[in-house]
Ligand binder design. Structure first.
Ligand code: ATP
Ligand code: MG
Length: 418
């Protein structure tokens, strides 16, 4: 027996309707906000993520699934969705289409992490990306779209936290202040922080080591170092969130795990599924396109982790819509009645009514049992008499009531409200 790889999950036939619900709500939300779907390959050249996500991030440093293909190229399974969509945007010249370009994706993502509840090696994300707009309205729209998606899933008690991490201009000042602050503590900090101190001090705030976290607690706050432009942008985003009636808290500790963010960053958090508390996260990334060799165009987006959402929905008993069941099960007995059952089911299916028949040569009694187990709403048995009369008794399984219906009129009977 060969088992499933560590950190991955199967979706079973009895569970897939939950996934379909989340994906349907994602698509519906994207449609309402006028975002168009994009699909990018599961693997890209490794360099895209090194340059896009950033060499000092955990994702690139520790978590990527990277291998050499038979042609000797370094390939990486996508650890997130944004870099690929940014590449798609640049490579296909979408900068010359009417701006903003509003896109969404549903994709698997791969990270070599320690598997635990809500943390997998293959997981899935629903995400939005908007290209070309620098305005705070776009930040507010993207955050509102995420919130609207979570609402439509029936999720409650999710906290929205926002922050601004500035632009390279204010970041430069802030990094200097951070270095000054960390310098006397550096000796006692972890190796990763020491490296980050040299390369990207902002990332030190993301450290999970207890000792480093304690030192981080008193570090200078980015919000005190924002330049005028970043400050007024953040103020406008907050004002618009108020207009939309979205509750949020400002958390100056959010720096996000990916290097490409600028200005607004945000996370939607839950306290109900343990340590993996972020169900959705995102932010502005005004320099990613130019970093990847494209036009210098601003952009913003978010990604929500589908497995984490499902875990939260299951934990909190959020209502899933009922699973689709067959409208009718048609039982036959022998050669010609089975054949008529098969033909009738085929006719119904062709016309969009879900119908089921026997595949296992079962007795009538066993077929009834099976029909009940799979949740068929109606059952009709075609025996010798029914075959000759062209009429069946249709049994409504919910209350046991029956109606005599002409076989030729089954479609009409089943498609009117009963
Ligand atoms: P975390 O702090 O949980 O590690 P992250 O900052 O690495 O999250 P992002 O890169 O922002 O996460 O990804 C967006 C969303 O994708 C997260 O909010 C989370 O819901 C989901 N996600 C990220 N990594 C995983 C994973 N390994 N397994 C399942 N879901 C994940
Ligand atoms: Mg992570």
């Amino acid at each position: 027996m060969i088992n499933i790889p560590k950190g991955t999950k199967d979706v079973l036939p009895s569970q897939s309707y939950k996934w379909q619900f989340v994906e349907d709500v994602a698509r519906e939300t994207a449609k309402t906000f006028n975002y168009k779907e994009v699909r990018t390959p599961v693997f890209e050249y490794t360099e895209l993520f090194q340059r896009g996500v950033g060499e000092t991030t955990d994702v690139v440093n520790k978590e990527m699934y990277t291998f050499e293909d038979k042609g000797g190229r370094s390939i990486t399974l996508k650890p997130e969705g944004t870099a690929g969509v940014a590449r798609l945007f640049i490579e296909n010249g979408l900068a010359s289409s009417p701006l903003p370009v509003k896109t969404f994706y549903i994709t698997p993502a791969f990270r070599y992490e320690r598997p635990q509840a809500g943390r997998l090696r293959e997981f899935h994300q629903f995400g939005l990306e908007v290209f070309g707009s620098p305005s705070p309205e776009t930040d507010a729209e993207v955050i509102f779209a995420a919130s609207s998606f979570l609402d439509k899933l029936g999720l409650k008690d999710i906290e929205l936290q926002i922050n601004s991490i500035g632009c390279p201009i204010c970041r430069n000042e802030y990094n200097k202040a951070l270095k000054k602050y960390f310098e006397p503590h550096l000796e006692s900090m972890c190796q990763t922080c020491k490296t980050r101190y040299e390369k990207n001090p902002l990332r030190m705030l993301d450290c999970k080591e207890e000792n480093c976290k304690a030192i981080n607690a008193n570090a200078p706050k980015i919000l005190d170092y924002l330049c005028e432009d970043c400050k007024s942008h953040f103020e406008e985003v907050k004002a618009l969130l108020n207009v939309l009636g979205l509750k949020y808290t400002v958390n100056p500790r959010i720096v996000r795990g990916l290097d490409y963010y600028t200005k607004t960053v945000f996370e939607f958090l839950t306290g109900k599924i343990g340590a993996q508390s972020a169900v959705c996260a995102g932010g502005r990334y005004d320099n990613l396109l130019s970093q990847l060799g494209g036009n210098s165009l601003p952009a913003i987006g978010f990604a929500a982790g589908i497995e984490r959402l499902l875990l939260l929905m299951e934990t909190t008993g959020a209502p899933f819509p009922a699973e689709q069941k067959p409208r009718i099960y048609i039982a036959g007995m022998d050669g010609k009645t089975r054949s008529l059952a098969f033909e009738t089911a085929a006719y119904l299916r062709t016309n969009g009514v879900s119908a089921e028949v026997d595949h296992m040569q079962r007795s009538i009694k066993a077929q009834f049992k099976y029909a009940d187990k799979i949740g068929a709403e109606f059952v009709a048995v075609i025996g010798e008499e029914e075959f000759n009369a062209g009429v069946v008794n249709v049994k409504k399984m919910a209350d046991g009531s029956t109606s005599a219906v002409k076989i030729k009129e089954l479609y009409t009977y089943l498609t009117k409200e009963i």
